[in-house]
Design a protein around this ligand. Structure first.
Ligand SMILES: *Cc1c(COP(=O)(O)O)cnc(C)c1O
Length: 408
């Protein structure tokens, strides 16, 4: 029996966890010396590669100065610099940065900001609208916004109701449902362009733009959960850019520190901030995490943004997108695969199996086969996806795709 309880792990059936000693670019090196290509960016966080020297150096430098400090009534240079730099690169119109420490908390903060906005304006709206197949985190509030299923059946009685829009495979139906729900809703929350945990499902920027326009018409707040899509995954720095929209609230986490340390940010427009700005202390935004704006994590994030500025990251992303496309092309006509798709750096395909559900054995069986070949991939049900760090080489990608074909 293990004394450590691992995430999303059924210990009765899962193989023993692999002990990792080192990270290097797109590669994980195990205690026993084996090398594993990290085809999922260590659960979608690692952007430039493991142990990026500049981020590691920035962390070391910050540890010489300040480890942690209460963030109510105090501030520090790494948090100030990071907020200022973030506001220069996010969609225009966002002005305020609230820090927390994970994607789930970034979304919880966004939902609380939206509800606080309506509460403080004394025009109560409390309904949240979300997409079918959505994933926004694993806390109670974020599970409520996310799709219901085997993951949250035990907690379902305590999850609040949300209005659910059909996934935009038929955009007209999605937009019509939004037209019905938006007039009295507090907010719509979406994963822009790419629904990750729901199965790497993709939809077009025009639909995102149309959803934003409908929300605007009814004063319904628009929350973009870019926890996965932020920092280049979809080919642009943020997915919202492709639709030319600015959300009222933007959630960032995974790639914010380049994947090195836990840090999240929820960004808001002046309207959201001003709804909480008052001589009346009851209108305060009542939220905090102990480690809000941890200085070491902020220093890592500042260096990540400097890397985006100073290194050819966009070129690397374009190259990776093209390399993915080259390897996907022959699979588009392969009868073993269906719905072969790509958005920016992310590639996904469905394997035809008799039971495609998340609990089907196909996923873990394939994952074990991939590992035998030195490749870390973690299929979602029958969906295989490749979501690598941007430093991955063509040869490493070839190994990943060879493993996919071999696992069939
Ligand atoms: C991973 C993810 C989250 C949750 O982030 P954590 O840091 O794991 O809490 C929220 N939203 C989306 C879209 C995600 O992919």
């Amino acid at each position: 029996m293990t004394n450590i309880w691992h995430p999303f792990t059924q210990h009765a059936t899962a193989p023993a966890p692999l002990a990792v000693a080192k990270g290097e670019g797109a590669t994980l090196i195990l205690e026993d010396g084996r090398r594993i290509i990290d085809g999922i960016s260590s659960w979608w966080v690692t952007t430039h590669g493991h142990n990026h020297p500049r981020i590691m150096a920035a962390i070391r430098a910050q540890t010489e100065k300040l480890d942690q400090v209460i963030f109510a009534g105090f501030t520090h240079a790494p948090a100030e610099t990071l907020a200022a730099e973030m506001l220069k690169i996010v969609p225009p119109g966002l002005r305020h940065v609230f820090y927390s420490d994970s994607g789930s908390t970034a979304v919880e903060v966004a939902l609380k900001m939206a509800l606080g906005f309506w509460h403080n304006r004394a025009t109560p709206r409390t309904k949240i609208i979300a997409l079918e197949h959505a994933y926004h985190g694993d806390t109670i509030g974020t599970m409520a916004a996310g799709a219901r299923g085997v993951f949250n059946a035990a907690y379902e009685p305590l999850l609040f109701d949300v209005a659910r829009l059909p996934f935009p495979s038929d955009p007209k139906a999605t937009l019509a449902a939004l037209e019905r729900e938006a007039p009295n809703a507090a907010a719509l929350i979406v994963e822009p362009l790419l629904l990750g945990a729901g199965g790497m499902l993709m939809y077009a920027p025009e639909i995102l733009r149309d959803m934003k326009a409908i929300c605007e018409r009814y004063g319904t707040l628009f929350i973009a959960d870019e926890v996965l899509t932020g920092f280049g995954r979809t080919g642009t720095l943020f997915a919202c850019e492709q639709a030319g929209i600015t959300p009222d609230i933007l959630c960032l986490a995974k790639g914010l520190t380049g994947g090195a340390l836990p840090l999240a940010a929820t960004l808001a427009t002046p309207a959201i901030f001003n709804a909480h700005y008052s001589q009346d202390r009851r209108k305060t935004f009542f939220h905090s995490s102990s480690y809000t704006a941890n200085p070491i994590a902020c220093a890592a994030a500042c260096e990540n943004l400097a890397i985006w500025q100073g290194e050819p990251v966009r070129e690397r992303i374009a190259t990776l997108a093209a390399m993915q496309e080259d390897r996907l092309a022959p699979l588009r006509s392969d009868p073993h695969f269906g719905n072969v798709r790509r958005l920016g750096t992310v590639a996904a395909l469905d394997v035809s199996v008799s039971d495609p559900g998340y609990l089907a054995d196909a996923g873990p069986l394939m994952a074990a086969k991939f590992l035998e070949q030195g490749v870390l991939l973690r299929p979602l049900g029958n969906t295989i996806y490749v979501l690598p760090p941007y430093c991955i080489t063509g040869a490493e990608l070839d190994t990943i795709y060879a493993a996919i074909l071999a696992a069939l």
